[in-house]
Write a protein that binds this ligand. Structure first.
Ligand code: GAR
Length: 190
């Protein structure tokens, strides 16, 4: 059984879909939800779905406590779902090709430091793009630059607001992320 830790900073809708998807899965289970924001909705969702929540701060992430926790929980795969911090190099090295992220745009466009959540959708609309989407990629030591494993697109409509676009993107994320993580797990078992 592949033991999955989800790291998130916000509402946690993707985290909820992942927990549900893997609840009965033969090959993987979400066993930990790590979060760096004490008020984040994701902690409440984890609690409701009976998955242990683990709250930490930026210093604990940088200074190794989070890595120790992941190791002590025997985590095999880290899934970022709206996690807003850079994953430290030490963690990336400890989980080679075992950290995956979802980004709410079609990378390599609209990625990098500071590009998250609503800001991404604002930038896509401001640039006059006719298409946006999601990118699921492995995580390396730089924001949004690891190898892309899956992309899916959706239209940007005339007069779209960041909220309307975010809703379309979220639907796409919920549809694709659990499935793509399942496929990664299948690959890990070979
Ligand atoms: C998602 O849209 C995810 O792609 C984005 O944060 C949102 C979290 O939503 N991630 C980033 O912007 C990372 N750069 P959720 O809390 O409802 O799952």
């Amino acid at each position: 059984m592949v033991r999955i830790a989800v790291l998130a900073s916000g509402s946690g809708t993707n985290t909820e879909r992942l927990i549900e998807h893997f609840a009965e899965h033969p090959a993987g289970r979400v066993v930990l939800v790590g979060c760096d924001q004490p008020d984040a909705g994701v902690l409440e969702r984890a609690w409701r779905l009976h998955v242990p929540g683990y709250l930490f701060n930026g210093r604990q992430l940088r200074e190794g406590s989070v890595l120790r926790e992941l190791r002590s929980q025997r985590i095999d795969l880290i899934v970022l779902a709206g996690f807003m911090r850079l994953v430290p190099a030490e963690v990336v090295r400890a989980f080679p090709e075992r950290i995956v992220n979802i980004h709410p745009a079609l990378l390599p466009k609209f990625g990098g430091k500071g590009m998250y959540g609503r800001r991404v959708h604002e930038a896509v609309i401001a640039a006059g793009e006719q298409e946006s989407g999601i990118t699921i990629h492995l995580v390396n030591e730089r924001y949004d630059e690891g190898r892309i494993v899956h992309q899916a697109s959706c239209p940007v409509l005339a007069n779209d607001t960041p909220e309307a676009l975010a809703e379309r993107i979220h639907a796409l994320e919920h549809e694709h992320y659990p499935e793509v993580v399942s496929n990664l797990i299948e690959g890990m078992r070979k």
